[in-house]
Design a protein around this ligand. Sequence first.
Ligand code: ADP
Ligand code: MG
Length: 398
Amino acid sequence: LEDKIREKDKADRATVEKVLDPATRLIMLNLINNEILSEIHGVISTGKEANVYHALSGPRMDEQRRTLALESGGAVQPVCGEQQQPVHLAVKVYKTAILAFKDRTPYASEDFRLRAAYKKSSHRQMVKMWADKEMHNLKRIRAAGIPCPEPFHLRLHVLVMGLIGDSHGWPAPRLHNIKFEDTTLDEALATWTDMYRQVLGYMRIMYQRCKLVHADLSEYNLLYHEGKPYVIDVSQAVGHEHPRALDFLRLDIKNMSNFFERKGVDCLPERAVFNFIVLMEDGSQDTENIPAMLDELYENHKKELEKEYESGVAVEDLEAKKEVDTEVFRQQYIPRTLEQVYDIESELEKGEGDELVYKALLSQKVANGDRPSDASESGAEDNDTDSESGSQLSQHGK
Ligand code: ADP
Ligand code: MG
């Protein structure tokens, strides 16, 4: 069995062996033994929390794929040519050293029980939980039609997924790394603008259909492939009932605005984006309407600006006003628990709290009788491995 890896190119072997701890090595060998993988190639990325390797599928991979594709209702798309050809894979190995995960504890540490469990559980189990979450979240995101890697196989802290990249196994670049050199500035700007709009659409679908907030959305976790951004790195995504979900959403929006504005895109005000993602203005979750809804948002924004301009406000002041409003929005208080929601409800009845970002969302929630705790059930297709950790995370503050 070990010979299988030894047969491979010596340089590759050196890289792989240097960074794999014995347990991970054993898992990888098992994946080869079970013919889920046929070859493990070099490292695509080494990060604080995970390493990602390029691998080729084994004969049993297609079976796995078909089952998964059926489960998620999606069609099987061969990544590289014929069905029988091996497909390119990305194998994400979560690092089992607890130090690497220190940064992630804020997401979990607010919950007393989880904190206790965190201290008690072995490192490996905690890491496994993040791998579980990534698999589960990828399935949900994919089922909603958002471009992302297809998760194939999970074994403890090792996640096997489809490679987003070309037919030679080169991974697609992150948004951070792309430069449009052989196009005109106008063309590049049009492409960036298009991407910005697509990402806004993803965030809305993720929130409304998947009931998820990415919580680490940035130009580093979006890959550019076949003219579309692909969402990756979703292990930290939280359910929209999570006490801090809306804070994380605001941060995601801020990251995207900052990035796309640097690329010259005329971004919508962050407050408007937030409402677009969270509210269902047309009363449906229809994704086909998204481009039209965005057009309308831009149209409204333009009209507002024109109105202000006509009433004599100088262009510079309009700019400044947008900046101030965005700053206010970024700092604004968003209630995090059901109790806080009801406190604000009574405030609203008394005619106070008009400034709250949450107002419109609140009236909608109250109208639907939608309680945050119900949401986790309705959103998930698959009540599998994640439900334990997910519900622990979401029970905070009740
Ligand atoms: P982390 O940021 O936690 O280290 P990521 O999931 O973001 O982990 O993966 C790290 C990098 O590996 C990404 O920025 C991307 O370049 C690459 N990568 C991850 N998954 C894939 C994939 N399915 N296809 C192609 N490249 C990937
Ligand atoms: Mg990442």
